[in-house]
Design a protein. Sequence first.
Length: 105
Amino acid sequence: MALTSRTGRRLLAGGVLALAGYYALWGGEYSAFHLLRLKKERREAEARLASTRAEVDSLRALVDKLENDDAEVERIARERFGMIREGELLYRFVPMDSAPTPAAE
């Protein structure tokens, strides 16, 4: 009977260890697979954060340039908004395929 009791304890201990291993991998909120997914999400969030920080830095540089460099402000006003100085003439060239044809009039 001592042999059966010892074998039973070993089986019980093995079963408990197997159940604990299964629960560690698959069960609960903090399973190994859940933690791996969280690590992947963290890496992706850190990459997005780095990208956003780089964008903020470039925007800060642009703000600094616009606040301190009048030539840059003039360049943007001319290029984006078609502004001209007093006394200048602005010539706009329209592509031929967008100009109305005499037949269409």
